[in-house]
Design a protein around this ligand. Structure first.
Ligand code: MSP
Length: 518
């Protein structure tokens, strides 16, 4: 069985993750479920990034010890991942003992090899980003990443010889054009960072304690990104003294899924660290776009932050999964508003999907008492639908392999829409009036049931519960994602999948909810 190792970024335990952070785990989940359905031996890893000054300060502000603070937030994050029905295999934490020990061994190995050396850092430091900058890297005198004030700092520090790996990384990117997705981000890495030249990277800090100590110099803690990035190997049994079988099996990762803002860490620092450890590089890094709220970046100070658990309580898990997976394209940011979400639920989930399933099953009940045999009275007008159903699995697979998840969903909904049109064209209610059309009527309904079954099966990575509901109503265990002739269906009684939402009423309800929770 071919293996497939997929990971998400590990989320900071600085606070509750919003729907933007949650999008990433849902996206990874859809890809992981899809690969599993295709027979891959999938390993899906996610987790939390728990060290660093920012988290130490948050814990101090909350009046608790850092460990207590991260324990609480990590469990909150895991609860949200579970609420979203995500099927990760392992939830990893950087405060785990095993991880800490291996990170120390990695640091030691790099030091022994001469890739890490002791030096002095004089520079401008941004605390929230935990990064040093030179004067020329600042934007309007402020941090180029977050726009906040920076402070002058001088400290003794360990450095990683990033510059040594510059040419090898450039060569790797050029020889592996698919390594970074989308390609525009690869060009950004080459032109903005690699070609102008890499400076050695400061990989230790002395200004705070909440981190993994440098093994041979405990005044220093290891830079959070060196600690965090290695999560992808420490948790599957990498050990400089001899790695596990699991590591041999799953490394290199097939896909690191990360947000567009941290592509640089995953395609420059991470490859350099791996090269230093003489390990192969991950096969692909996908820097997905962001989810915006009302076309604006979500932030607590703007008061426009939306959380997944609230959305789920208003709309249900699968509607939220559907929305984020469908609305965030491959390359450009996606947008979320309550209005748009309600419109999508009504048009796609209630009208297109829900109605099709409900109308079809009701007709099978009404005209055939729920028992329908394929009579194969096929007419020319059936051809388009049949060929769309037959090619659907191939189309969806191609889109998923290209990480075009929204378009994979579109392909399924095109078939659902075509199926609704087929009902209008074939008019089963007219066929039902003529006794000698009974076999034709059975064929028409059989085509619809098969179309629903194939779409229902293929929807499973995106909307797992809905997929189960659909197949339950069809009373089918056949998960072949293609048209099958000659079966007999015994359908259950129809029950609505998605109710239409009254927009104004729902918006008022949401407003009330937030007013009351203030
Ligand atoms: N801890 C680092 C990642 C270390 S990986 C070795 C981090 N954490 S984070 O909590 O800030 O972000 C987690 C993920 O959520 C990142 O991939 C980030 O890009 C993503 N997103 C943050 N805001 C987002 C949106 N608004 N929309 C989509 N993804 C977003 O970065």
């Amino acid at each position: 069985m071919e293996k497939y190792y997929i990971s998400t970024a590990i989320a900071y335990t600085s606070g509750k993750p919003h729907i933007g952070n949650t999008y990433e785990i849902v996206l990874a989940d859809a890809l992981a479920r899809f690969k599993r359905a295709k027979g891959y031996d999938v390993y899906f890893q996610t987790g939390t990034d728990e060290h660093g000054e920012k988290i130490q300060l948050k814990a101090e502000a909350a009046g608790v010890k850092p460990q207590e603070f991260v324990d609480q937030v990590a469990s909150q994050i895991q609860t949200i991942w579970d609420t979203m029905n995500t099927s990760y295999d392992r939830f990893v934490r950087t405060t785990n003992e095993q991880h800490k020990q291996i990170v120390q061994k990695i640091f030691q190995k790099m030091y022994d090899k001469g890739d890490i050396y002791l030096g002095k850092y004089e520079g401008l430091y941004c605390t929230p980003c935990e990064s040093f900058f030179t004067e020329s890297q600042l934007v309007d005198g402020k941090c180029p990443d977050c726009g906040r004030e920076v402070q002058a700092k001088c400290e003794e520090a360990y450095f990683f010889r990033l510059s040594k790996y510059q040419d090898r990384i450039i060569q790797y990117l050029e020889e592996h054009p698919d390594f970074i997705q989308p390609t525009a981000r690869k060009n950004e890495m080459l032109n903005n960072f690699l070609k102008p030249g890499l400076q050695d990277l400061c990989v230790s800090r002395t200004s705070f304690e909440w981190g993994i100590p440098v093994p041979f110099d405990s005044k220093h803690v290891i830079y959070v990104w060196l600690d965090a990035l290695t999560n992808y190997i420490t948790n599957i049994g990498y050990d400089p003294d001899g790695s596990s079988e699991e590591f041999q099996k799953y490394w290199p990762a097939d896909l690191h899924l990360v947000g567009k803002d941290i592509v640089r860490f995953h395609t420059i620092y991470w490859p350099a660290f791996l090269m230093s450890l003489d390990l192969p590089l991950p096969k692909k890094v996908f820097g997905h776009p962001w989810l915006l709220m009302n076309n604006d970046k979500m932030s607590k100070s703007k008061g426009n932050v939306i959380y997944a658990d609230d959305l789920v309580s208003f709309f249900g898990v699968d509607a939220v999964r559907y929305y984020v997976l469908h609305e965030i394209p491959f390359q450009n940011d996606g947008n979320l508003t309550y209005e748009l979400l309600i419109e999508r639920i009504n048009s796609d989930l209630a009208n297109v999907l829900g109605n099709l399933v409900n109308r079809t099953i009701s007709m099978v009940q009404k005209y055939f008492d729920g028992v329908l045999k394929d009579t194969a009275v096929i007419e020319e007008m059936d051809e388009e639908l049949l060929s769309m159903v037959s090619s659907l699995d191939g189309n969806v697979t191609k889109k998923m392999d290209d990480l075009q998840v929204g378009e994979a969903i579109d392909a399924i909904f095109d078939v659902l829409r075509r199926s609704n049109k087929y009902i209008d064209e074939t008019m089963p209610w007219s066929l039902a009036k003529e006794e000698d059309k009974k076999d034709r009527l059975a064929t028409v309904l059989y085509h619809l049931l098969e179309s629903i079954r194939v779409c229902g099966t293929l929807l499973s990575p995106f909307m797992p519960d809905t997929s189960v509901q659909i197949l339950k109503q069809l009373n089918q265990e056949d998960l072949t994602p293609t048209f099958v002739r000659g079966k007999t269906y015994h359908v259950s009684s129809p029950s609505p999948l998605f109710a239409r939402i009254d927009k104004e009423k729902k918006l008022a309800e949401i407003e009330d909810h937030f007013k009351n929770s203030l």
